[in-house]
Ligand binder design. Structure first.
Ligand SMILES: NC(=O)c1ccc[n+]([C@@H]2O[C@H](COP(=O)([O-])OP(=O)(O)OC[C@H]3O[C@@H](n4cnc5c(N)ncnc54)[C@H](OP(=O)(O)O)[C@@H]3O)[C@@H](O)[C@H]2O)c1
Length: 237
């Protein structure tokens, strides 16, 4: 699929919409933020996170930051008021947070944030999930991803776009052995079979942005790795 991004961006800009990003300090989130700011397609961008981010570049000076306690998200409903579009790149790992902590972040925080956003007037929610997400899976990671997708869908957003990337190819500072192995072995393979088992993180971020500009075919759209790859590689004419 070839998309004329410049034309889409120009018409989207006319809508004067605002958005928020959850997980803007993470690997996908920070690239998404950079792209959104550079393309200047939203009239206001709010970062909702557990800590204030130091963003020194001038391009970030008009951002709004809301620091929230995810354990008491209800108390921060105001942070979720008045955004048209939400992007969610939140997540942790079982290795980092333990089983309960992983479920808390990847399911409970995401769902509560989505609920508050919906109540606050958000119509379009873009959720970064994972390849293989399946609420009936015997694997914790895939089951939790599948459950959160299903629970967010039940909230009834006008538009819910779920992205299911494969292993993210990223130079992460934090040590994640599985990703390191993936980079080592899947990286070279990705030049021959680019959508088989991995995807560069920049491509995911660009696909989320590009897709947000497009009219969805239906209220729920699920973008598997190949679709993400195609959208994220759309040439900017
Ligand atoms: N890694 C992969 O290969 C892969 C593949 C497919 C899908 N995914 C999914 O894609 C999404 C984004 O992944 P990523 O690697 O870009 O994320 P990441 O770099 O791990 O960043 C995660 C974000 O979530 C926030 N976060 C983590 N724990 C939190 C907590 N307890 N409370 C509040 N915020 C918390 C982080 O904030 P701080 O900066 O404050 O920690 C950060 O902004 C995740 O849902 C992940 O499961 C990953």
């Amino acid at each position: 699929m070839s998309v004329d991004m410049s034309a889409l961006e120009a018409s989207f800009r006319q809508k004067n919409q605002s958005c928020f990003i959850l997980g803007a300090s993470g690997e996908t989130g920070k690239i998404l933020l950079q792209e959104l700011v550079q393309r200047n397609i939203f009239s206001k961008i709010t970062l909702i996170g557990r800590r204030q981010l130091i963003l020194e570049d001038k391009i970030y000076e008009s951002l709004v930051q809301e620091v929230v306690d995810f354990e008491k998200l209800e108390d921060y409903a105001a942070a979720f008021q008045g955004h048209d579009v939400g992007f969610c790149c939140l997540g942790t790992t079982k290795a980092k947070a333990g089983t309960e902590g992983f479920i808390r972040v990847d399911h409970d925080y995401v769902l509560k944030a989505a609920e508050l956003a919906k109540a606050g007037g958000c119509s379009d929610f873009h959720l970064e999930s994972s390849k293989g997400a399946d609420k009936t899976s015997g694997l914790l990671y895939l089951r939790v991803k599948g459950e959160v997708e299903a629970d967010v869908e039940r909230l009834g957003f006008q538009r819910l776009s779920v992205y299911r990337p494969a292993v993210l190819l990223v130079d992460r500072q934090e040590s994640r052995p599985a990703e390191w192995l993936a980079r080592k072995f899947l990286g070279p393979m990705s030049s021959v079979f680019p959508t088989a088992m991995s995807i560069p993180i920049q491509v995911v971020a660009r696909a989320m942005l590009a897709n947000a500009l497009l009219q969805p075919q239906q209220a729920l759209e699920i973008l598997e790795n190949k679709a993400i790859y195609e959208l994220g590689n759309s040439p900017k004419k």
